[in-house]
Design a protein around this ligand. Structure first.
Ligand SMILES: CC(C)(COP(=O)(O)OP(=O)(O)OC[C@H]1O[C@@H](n2cnc3c(N)ncnc32)[C@H](O)[C@@H]1OP(=O)(O)O)[C@@H](O)C(=O)NCCC(=O)NCCS
Length: 156
């Protein structure tokens, strides 16, 4: 099936269905840390969302909070691609779109926290240029990617 990539199209029901389908792929399962319904609501209400669709199914989701004062750092809250579509470069593409959009909004850095057991995610973030910034007490690693200002447009 052809994949479609969008931004900000997903609604609460689609995000919740996606998180429920992928819950146990997270280390630890997402539902052990948050209410999936509350989290889906929060993402739809407050996060920049980059989405990958197979038909009407939301199969990939990157969600970023862009509400820090001074536009210093935006924070990646969610990165997930369903196992049925893994290994096709979808997460990388969604993250690259997120980086572009966050840079266009004037942020200087992109931050995220990742559990040290989430090997695939860690490799993805390192490949994108994220650097470990801090170790948090709960076994997760904070990472940062400087994204700098938007490059100047070329003169004609
Ligand atoms: C992490 C995740 C989003 C990757 O999605 P994906 O679409 O399969 O990833 P991509 O195909 O774009 O792969 C990009 C890079 O990620 C890394 N990666 C992806 N899958 C991997 C795996 N199974 N093992 C090791 N590295 C992997 C690789 O560096 C890969 O680059 P490469 O193909 O050039 O080696 C997906 O596995 C997932 O949803 N995991 C569970 C949720 C999670 O842990 N999210 C992160 C929370 S912080």
């Amino acid at each position: 099936m052809t994949l479609t990539f969008t931004s900000g199209r997903s609604d609460m029901a689609r995000v919740l269905a996606h998180l429920q389908a992928h819950d146990h792929a997270f280390q630890p399962p997402l539902s052990s840390r948050v209410s999936l319904a509350d989290y889906a609501r929060k993402l739809v209400d407050h996060a920049l969302r980059l989405e990958a669709w197979a038909g009407d199914d939301l199969i990939g989701l990157v969600a970023v909070y862009c509400n820090a004062p001074e536009q210093d750092a935006a924070f990646v809250s969610n990165v997930s691609v369903l196992a049925s579509h893994a290994g096709q470069g979808i997460a990388r593409l969604l993250m690259q779109s997120a980086i572009t959009q966050v840079r266009e909004r004037g942020f200087s850095n992109l931050r995220l926290d990742v559990d040290h057991r989430a090997t695939a995610a860690l490799r993805l973030y390192l490949a994108l240029g994220f650097q470990p910034a801090d170790k948090a007490a709960n076994g997760s690693v904070s990472m940062i990617l400087p994204i700098g200002p938007r490059p100047p447009t070329a003169l004609p």
